[in-house]
Design a protein around this ligand. Structure first.
Ligand code: ADP
Ligand code: MG
Length: 692
């Protein structure tokens, strides 16, 4: 008997070899398959007799093979398989290239189902490389109706995945839904059983969107439950109040080489107000790239340190941490504060001599004696604690999951330090309040001094050469270039540039005389840091990267950013990428290249054109929210969202609904005593999040 925990090899047609391939996709049990959500569908729901086929439509045809043979093309380079499919109304020609093995699978007299685009061969209909399957006693999984496509990078075909999922599907009926029925009723959500059945075998578009809604809700709801639980707990914690040091703060501000903007003042004021309380601050400081968040944090740290407590700031990368170390050392040079840098590969301090790598004991000394400690994730490892912690700041926090955010608090029984989280992701206030319901919000929307405008261009394929000439000129002038790609590796079905391919193409074909580097999320942390360091030290001319680059590092020498597959990113994220350049004196530019499939899509072009016209991040984010819903932003903000393709359907009211339901539930039953199933799910979800 199959159950949810049965290994995949217990399924028909899956041996240990293909089980290994499935494991690469994270699929180990039959239950995993049920929750492997398709990211798109082919619409083969039009079923036609051959005589009634219309050129240009996508259709499904069932018939008998009358003839099938292989031949070589004239140049002998291509092997062509030709077949003639017959039904009662006529004949249809089918062609495949370089798939000679087909003549072994398909024989004259076989009944098959094919699906694809109907093309014209001098007026008679024909199909090129159609999806096909033999008609046997089993149903057609691949060529009729709405046919699911799954992410696959492990040399598994869509057919294999569909086959496996189909075998798992009967189990879906045994799932009991952990979302209470009254919530499902209120929000008009499908039962989990049905959602899983429909998502894999939909009968209509409406079924697809209803199931997506239901499946996405699971994750949103869990996140909101977590946030609400944290908020509840925070409300009961105490902290050490930090008295406002008026004179010292005024002195510090007066000595800055610039005048604070009104928004910086306002944000600093809100933070100081929080610090004075006995309940720990839990605040998000949001401000566009370059809006000057660092100095606001410095004002908070000044007060904290003068009160005899420690400050900690956690950055997502070592490079950024090192930059912060320099900035804060400079900002506090008149204060006599002890500042330390503490990452896996770099340790520095301005109050004691540290060897390049401190040993355990020396690190402990840094942690005990420093007034301000700057570091990366290494800071929140278990067992790391700071004896006088007053304020913990997390920079570019959207890189961190909910759990990490709260781990840095190093919380004791009833006590926690003040907590400030900073992000350059422009999140409209309404969305931020919904997603981060456990945080208060300060937003800086002013930019300091007139910042350089980054010239932004939408580039079609014809203009690519011209763009590459421009890149060359920039590099010859000693400047550096970012190239962003949406994917790490080529995926068979998505026509999107991958970072690895683009890296190879640029280095080998386009710019062999220049130095190109590659950065992506699958590199080891150390290798990532090495590449970033090399780029920062100008040992690379071009850095090809996936979206991992969007954190607040300063590369003043980078003047151009090229974004491939720009349509795959939200406007807010594009804006973040763009903020990577234009941080030095020289003029900067940004090139947006839509992916092949959308290069002529008017909606895509219109959306991307907005980028060329406005440089206000928050406006762009609001526009995005309006055009595409909150999905893109959401995916960016909440790490660990497994099914990113589900996020594209989110809108604000849906997020709000999840929040309201979670708030209601936690209010009525803070420890989920009446909801053991939810409690179990929440635990499981947290565990998975933790593993990522
Ligand atoms: P971000 O908000 O992206 O972290 P930073 O804090 O790194 O921005 O600030 C970007 C740059 O702007 C820094 O060089 C900083 O010294 C400078 N800066 C900050 N505030 C002001 C201001 N009010 N006027 C002029 N320059 C400022
Ligand atoms: Mg910053």
């Amino acid at each position: 008997m199959l159950n949810f925990d049965s290994p995949l090899s217990s399924l028909h047609k899956i041996g240990t070899e293909s089980a290994k391939k499935f494991a690469k996709l994270g699929l180990k049990t039959v239950g995993d398959l049920l929750f492997y959500i398709p990211f798109r569908y082919d619409d083969f729901s039009i079923r036609r007799e051959i005589g009634a086929l219309k050129i240009g439509e996508t259709a499904n045809v069932v018939g008998t093979i009358d003839l099938i043979q292989n031949r070589r093309s004239r140049q002998r380079r291509l092997q062509i398989t030709e077949a003639l499919l017959r039904d009662e109304s006529g004949f249809l020609k089918l062609i495949w290239f370089n798939q000679g093995f087909l003549t072994r699978n398909l024989k004259v007299g076989d009944q098959i189902s094919v699906a694809g685009l109907i093309e014209s061969n001098n007026g008679t209909p024909q199909m090129t490389a159609p999806d096909y399957e033999k008609i046997s006693s089993t149903e057609t999984l691949n060529t009729s109706g709405l046919v699911p496509h799954y992410l696959s990078t492990a040399k598994l075909t869509q057919k294999q995945i569909r086959q496996a999922v189909n075998q798992a599907l009967p189990l879906a009926k045994k799932i009991s839904d952990w979302v209470p029925v009254e919530i499902r009723k209120r929000l008009n959500l499908l039962d989990l059983k049905n959602a899983l059945c429909y998502i894999h075998r939909p009968a209509s578009e409406a079924e697809i969107s209803a199931s997506r809604q239901r499946l996405a809700f699971s994750d949103l709801f869990l996140r909101q439950l977590k946030s609400q639980t944290i908020k509840n707990e925070l409300g009961q914690l105490k902290t050490s109040p930090i008295p406002f040091q008026k004179e010292a703060t005024q002195n510090f501000v007066a000595k800055l080489p610039f005048k604070l903007t009104d928004h910086q003042r306002q944000a600093a004021w809100e933070i100081i107000g929080d610090l004075e309380k006995t309940q720990p601050m839990s605040r998000l400081l949001e401000g566009d790239v370059g809006s000057g968040k660092t100095v606001v944090a410095a004002i908070a740290f000044l007060n904290v340190i003068l009160a005899g407590r420690q400050g900690v700031i956690m950055a997502p990368t070592e490079v950024l941490a090192a930059q912060h170390y320099q900035t804060f050392s400079k900002l506090f040079k008149n204060q006599n504060f002890k500042v330390a840098l503490l990452t896996a590969n770099y340790q520095k301090a301005n109050f004691t001599i540290t060897p390049k790598l401190a040993d355990k004991k020396e690190k402990q000394i840094l942690r005990e004696e420093a007034d301000l400690i700057i570091g990366t994730q290494a800071l929140i490892q278990p067992g790391v604690s700071f004896p006088r912690l007053g304020l913990a700041v997390v920079d570019e926090q959207h890189r961190f999951g909910v759990n990490q955010r709260h781990q840095i608090l190093g919380r004791e029984e009833n006590w926690a330090p003040h907590f400030l989280s900073m992000t350059a992701t422009p999140i409209p206030r309404s969305l931020a309040l919904t997603i981060y319901s456990d945080l208060d919000l300060s937003i800086i929307t002013q930019q300091p001094a007139a910042r350089q405008k980054i010239k932004t261009f939408l580039v079609d394929n014809k203009q690519r050469i011209k763009m590459e000439e421009h890149l060359k000129k920039e590099m010859d002038a000693g400047h550096q270039i970012f190239v962003i790609c949406p994917l790490v590796e080529n995926s068979d079905k998505l026509e999107v540039k991958s970072a690895k391919d683009e890296y190879r193409r640029l280095q080998e074909e386009v710019f062999p005389k220049y130095k190109v580097g590659l950065l992506h999320g699958r590199l080891k942390a150390k290798d990532k840091e090495d590449v970033l360091m090399k780029f920062a030290n100008q040992k690379l001319d071009i850095l090809v990267s996936t979206s991992v680059i969007e954190v607040g590092i300063d590369f003043p020498n980078a003047t151009v950013i090229v974004i491939e597959g720009a349509d795959r990113f939200g406007l807010a994220q594009l804006h973040q990428f763009r903020g990577r350049v234009g941080r030095g004196q020289a003029a900067a530019s940004c090139f947006l290249l839509p992916s092949k499939e959308n290069i002529k899509n008017p909606k895509t072009l219109e959306r991307l054109t907005i980028m060329t016209k406005t440089d206000n991040g928050l406006k762009l984010a609001e526009k995005d929210l309006e055009l595409r819903g909150s999905g893109d932003l959401f995916g960016q903000l909440q790490s660990g969202f497994k099914d990113w393709h589900l996020t594209t359907i989110f809108n604000l009211s849906f997020l709000k609904a999840a929040k309201d339901e979670a708030t209601r539930l936690i209010k009525s039953d803070p420890n989920l005593i009446r909801y053991p199933q939810i409690k179990a799910r929440l635990g499981e979800w947290e565990k998975n999040l933790h593993l990522e």
